[in-house]
Every structure is written in structure tokens, then in C-alpha cells.
Design a protein around this ligand. Structure first.
Ligand code: F6P
Length: 360
């Protein structure tokens, strides 16, 4: 009987519990035993490793829609353990500890549900996973992972942002005022762009496209209404300004006499009930991951290509994209997929008379 481990790493998002549920269902169906590693790699840093036996009751079907991870993500402590290992030059010992824990668990395979950081570190430190089959499933509200048409959590985050803006628009209209809404997404503008198009924002400012505050103001002054949403991605900067991006833009609008407020949906974007699109994606990715284990694949990630889910080597993930490295942690990528200049959604936004920066 195969023994499979599963863990969730990095920032959480909605959809993790659906993946866990679908993996356990599929594994049970194949007659495999499942263990869940608690708190991501933190669970492997203690002796004995912090694991639980899993069955279809661990994340029952009616709870699989809930955000967060029933296995926990263990971010704070992971980063403490990890950063102190980096700082003290003890990466070898840290990696060995993880490897020894996995070996002691006698796993045939590990399903790692993670994002850019976890994938890049797993590939760079792949000896940790030698002797078992490592299959990664991409999750992130930022959708900043290349080579897949979607990541788990992105659709739900977009939906949460849309619901938030829909409500704001009602009060915006009453007071003839604009809301500058700051989306999450790190250096990737996909979340802001998708939500902005969905709600019919009047402007969408993302890190990938140059913009000027003067042109934004000109645009807002030129529309035939006096309220609406200006969607601003958290990754943008304005030369000579400091503070949160939405506050920076808000101050400039106020100075130009445009009534507005800044608004911050923050972690709500990670916390909505999982929408159908993410649940179906979770089911597809779980099935692809289990097939990969059956076929003895390793160091792969699942990826959506059109309607189908495939696996691709982690090396391809690592080598692709325009990479943003974390200055503090060698080998950690914070983002390597962005809104491309030819993204059709940019054209759609333009056709809707949304200001999306100064595109050529
Ligand atoms: O990567 C997901 C994300 O939610 C980003 O969009 C956001 O910038 C960041 O994580 C917030 O991280 P933390 O949970 O450490 O505040």
C-alpha cells in the first residue's frame, strides 16, 4: 500500500481544503494511506514529525469549501526556522532535518500545495525530497506562477474583491465620491486587472504598466459620472511618494479636488468560501497529482492547460518567467508570472474606457 503525505505551505488562500479533500478521496479510492503534515515544513522540523492520519472525515465534504487550511500553513514559524537557517549558514542542516523527517515517515510521495516561494525552494533544495515522488500543486491568489492557466485560489479571491467593490459602489454613488481600492497580488497585477474588469472600474493601475497620476486625473475628470472604483494593485510605486499605494493615489486625487476614499479589502481576498471554478480546478489538479504519483513522476507541478490538467517539470517552472527574487532569501522567488503586454484583457479594459495606464 502506498503512503502519501500532503502539506500546505506559504500564504493561504481559498481552495486548499478542497484540494486536500479531493486528494484524500482519490487516494482512498486507490487504496492508499494518507498522512497530513501539520504547519507545512514546520511540521517536519520537530521530532517526531507533526503528522496526522487522514481519511475522508478529516476534511469532510461539507467543510471542503472553507478557506484556510485544515493542515495549517505554518508561515510565521517556517520563515523563522528558515530565515535563521539562512542567516546562520545552516541551510544544509535545515534541509537534512526535513529530509530525515520525510525518510522516517516512509512516504512514497509528497503532495505539496504551495506557491512560488515553496516551488523554487523545493527545486533548489531538491535533495530534501530524494527517495520519494514530489508533486506540487500551484495555489495563490496572486496567480503569479507561470506555465499554468490558473492557480488555486485566484478565482475565489477575484470574486471576493468583486463582492467588496460591488458594495462600495453603492455608498460611492450616495456621496458622489471615488474609492481607491487596493488589491493584493504582490508584483503581479492579474488580480487587480481581472477584478477591475469584472466590476467595471474606471481605472486599473498595475505594476506591469506605466501610468501617470496626471493622466489618471484627466481620465476621471473626463468620465460622465462622479463616483466609481479606481483599482490599484499593491505592487505599484509612485516616485517621490511613500505609504500604501491606495493612500498615495488617494492623496493625489484629493489634492486635485476629486472626492475620494482609500479602501483596503486585505485578507478578505484570501478568505471567501471557495467558488465553483476553484473547486473544479482543485479536483482536476488533485486527480493529475495522483496520476503523477501512480506513474512515479517526481519534481513536477500540476498545471492547467486549457481545459486539461497536466504535469510539468519543476525545473521548467524554475527557469521560466521574468523572475523577482526575494533580496533576503537566496533561491526564493516572490513572483515569476505577470500581466503580459499582449494580455487580451488589457484590450477589453481599454474598450470599456478603463484607464489602464499609458500603454502604447
Ligand atoms: O501571496 C499572497 C499574499 O496574500 C499577497 O497577495 C500579499 O502581498 C501577501 O500574501 C501578504 O502576506 P502576509 O500574509 O505575510 O501578510
Amino acid at each position: 500500500m502506498k503512503k502519501i503525505g500532503i502539506m500546505t505551505t506559504g500564504g493561504d488562500c481559498s481552495g486548499l481544503n478542497t484540494v486536500i479533500n479531493r486528494i484524500v478521496l482519490g487516494a482512498t479510492n486507490r487504496g492508499w494511506r494518507m498522512v497530513g503534515i501539520i504547519d507545512g515544513t514546520d511540521g517536519l522540523c520537530v521530532r517526531p514529525a507533526n503528522v496526522i492520519e487522514m481519511n475522508t472525515d478529516t476534511v469532510p465534504i461539507e467543510r471542503a469549501r472553507l478557506a484556510g487550511s485544515f493542515l495549517h500553513n505554518g508561515n510565521a514559524c517556517t520563515m523563522m526556522n528558515f530565515e535563521s537557517a539562512v542567516k546562520n549558514g545552516r541551510m544544509k542542516q535545515f534541509n537534512k532535518m526535513l529530509h530525515d523527517s520525510l525518510t522516517a515517515l516512509k512516504l512514497d510521495a509528497l503532495v505539496l500545495i504551495g506557491g512560488n516561494g515553496s516551488f523554487s525552494l523545493s527545486w533548489k533544495n531538491r535533495d530534501i525530497y530524494s527517495g520519494l515522488s514530489l508533486v506540487c500543486i500551484p495555489k495563490t491568489i496572486d496567480f503569479d506562477i507561470p506555465l499554468t492557466d490558473r492557480t488555486i485560489g485566484f478565482d475565489t479571491a477575484t470574486n471576493e474583491l468583486v463582492k467588496y467593490c460591488d458594495q462600495l459602489l453603492l455608498t460611492a454613488r450616495s456621496h458622489h465620491r471615488w474609492f481607491v481600492v487596493q488589491s493584493m497580488g504582490r508584483e503581479c497585477g492579474r488580480l487587480a486587472l481581472n477584478a477591475g474588469v469584472a466590476i467595471g472600474a474606471d481605472a486599473i493601475i498595475i505594476p506591469e504598466i506605466k501610468f501617470s497620476v496626471d493622466n489618471l486625473i484627466k481620465h476621471i475628470r473626463g468620465v460622465d459620472h462622479d463616483y466609481g472604483i479606481i483599482m490599484v494593485s499593491e505592487g505599484i510605486t509612485i516616485r517621490g511618494s511613500s505609504g500604501r499605494p491606495a493612500d498615495m493615489i488617494s492623496r493625489k486625487l484629493t489634492a486635485a479636488g476629486i472626492m475620494n476614499r482609500a479602501a483596503f479589502p486585505d485578507y478578505i481576498q484570501r478568505a471567501g468560501d471557495t467558488v465553483a471554478g476553484d473547486r473544479i480546478l482543485a479536483a482536476k489538479m488533485a486527480t493529475a497529482a495522483l496520476d503523477a504519483i501512480e506513474n512515479r513522476e517526481t519534481y513536477v507541478m500540476t498545471a492547467l492547460r486549457g481545459n486539461e490538467c497536466v504535469t510539468i517539470p519543476l525545473s521548467e517552472f524554475y527557469e521560466s518567467g521574468d523572475i523577482a527574487r526575494d533580496p533576503n532569501i537566496p533561491d526564493l522567488y516572490t513572483s515569476n508570472a505577470y500581466v503580459e503586454p499582449d494580455d487580451p484583457l488589457l484590450g477589453v479594459a481599454g474598450a470599456m474606457n478603463i484607464y489602464i495606464g499609458d500603454r502604447k
